[in-house]
Design a protein around this ligand. Structure first.
Ligand code: GUN
Ligand code: ZN
Length: 428
């Protein structure tokens, strides 16, 4: 048994729809009892210590302890081309992304980048990711193996594409079905792994492939289905040309039974009211990727419009379109992007998006994303004075939120003191 001591922050309710005070529980002298990777009790440290005097104590003093961050949309094969200069989405895919993704037929290269990416995530306090792999099953196998080595909960899947990409990355209707099915049977729900059926996006799939993947999903309905939706205007026009009969972009996916609970759509910047209604009706989720949206010049995500319909929103880096592995930096950009729509996001709400928002978006909200009895012990230990500029601002704070906010806006991996995965401390 282990006891962590620190300032423990957990959620009782969603802070977007309830008072901040009612939504968040902050215990200044908090304790978390962990047994066998699972959180057994959250209380005052002294109460837990008295009850379990033999437990090993990890004293984090005045550090903040939150649930591990969850990045609900990223591309681990793009780690090597992160920060590639100056292209719109489609050019960026053709010039940088596709040639890099070709390399992942090589298991050694795939392992190396999977390992590097997961270590970068952990160094940044991200304990779970939902990642696209490449069209090569090798890229999926190597990623899941590296996640298993680290006892991480990850969501991932083979990226399916049977048109509009270089020949060397294309699969076919049949091979995308067969390979995805084989990977599901091998990996889905083993250890802490979840399989995501992953058509890249409507332009790179024929209607036949989308139909086939819709059928595959109906055979494995508890898998996640992840894809992209309405990221850039050029992309939306392209979808209109490729699917001229579709009423809108989302209806392409809807037609092939790819819109329901357990589906998560990346970006969703330029949605019509009708598309928002469909997402609401179908209980689908959205991955907000602010650093990518700014870097690729995609547009301004409007969080308010999703909240009005109670559509689930999680936070994501979208690396390598996104420019940081850090969810702290992602929270910072989330705040700034939302300011452009005159919607100011409270520190508690930013933390919610990066933890419970993302876990709910991936249908994992009963296992990860909070510090609560029976949740997996995936945790983050955060120094709220990690740099001089943050520290001097925090020293002027009048309450706990003013103490936390500078780290959410100016913090990065230097603020992450350590990360816990499955009940063990990880230092990368
Ligand atoms: N749309 C389709 N594929 C991708 C991708 O790899 N990155 C981003 N940002 N958008 C996409
Ligand atoms: Zn993406």
């Amino acid at each position: 048994m282990k006891i962590l001591k620190g300032i423990v922050l957990s959620f009782n309710k969603n802070p977007f729809f309830n008072n901040i005070e009612d939504s968040v529980n902050i215990v200044e002298d908090g304790g978390i009892l962990i047994n066998d990777g699972i959180i057994e009790e959250v209380n005052n440290f002294s109460a837990i210590k008295n009850k379990y005097p033999l437990a090993k104590i990890y004293d984090y003093g005045k550090y903040l302890i939150t649930a591990g961050f969850i990045d609900c949309h990223m591309h681990y094969p793009q780690t090597g081309i992160i920060s590639s200069f100056g292209k719109r989405l489609i050019d960026w895919l053709n010039e940088y992304t596709f040639p890099e993704e070709k390399k992942f037929i090589d298991p050694e290269y795939a392992s190396k980048i999977a390992s590097l990416t997961l270590d970068l995530c952990l160094q940044n306090g991200t304990t779970t990711v939902s990642s696209f792999c490449t069209s090569s099953p090798t890229s999926v196998n190597q990623f899941f193996e590296e996640a298993n080595k680290r006892e991480m909960c990850v969501v991932a899947g083979k990226t399916c594409m049977d048109r509009n990409a270089p020949e060397f990355l294309l699969d076919t209707v049949n091979s995308s079905y067969d390979e995805s099915k084989k990977l599901i049977e091998k990996w889905h729900n083993t250890n802490r792994l979840v399989y995501a059926i992953s058509p890249r996006f409507a332009p790179t799939s024929t209607p036949e492939q989308l139909e086939c993947l819709g059928n595959l999903w109906s055979e494995h309905p508890d898998c996640i289905m992840q894809t992209h939706l309405s990221e850039q205007l050029e992309e939306i026009n392209w979808v209109k040309q490729l699917y001229p009969k579709a009423e809108n972009y989302l209806s392409v996916y809807e037609k092939f039974n790819l819109v329901r609970e357990n589906s998560i759509f990346g970006h969703c910047i330029h949605l019509s009211e009708k598309e928002l209604e469909i997402l609401e009706e179908r209980n689908s989720s959205v991955a907000h990727c602010p650093t990518s949206n700014l870097f690729i010049g995609s547009g301004v995500f409007n969080l308010r419009s999703f909240n009005e319909k109670k559509i689930k929103v999680g936070l994501a880096t979208d690396t390598g379109g996104g420019t940081f592995f850090s969810m702290l930096r992602t929270m910072s950009e989330t705040y700034k992007v939302s300011q452009l729509s005159k919607f100011s996001i409270h520190a508690a709400q930013l933390l919610w998006l990066a933890t419970m928002g993302s876990s709910a978006s991936l249908n994992l909200e009963n296992k990860i994303g909070n510090i609560e009895k029976n949740y997996c012990a995936d945790l983050n230990i955060i120094n709220l004075s990690s740099t001089k500029e943050i520290e001097q601002r925090k020293n002027q704070s009048n309450n706990i939120w003013e103490a936390i906010f500078p780290t959410l806006i100016m913090g990065d991996d230097r603020a992450i003191v350590s990360t816990w995965v499955n009940g063990n401390e990880v230092k990368v």
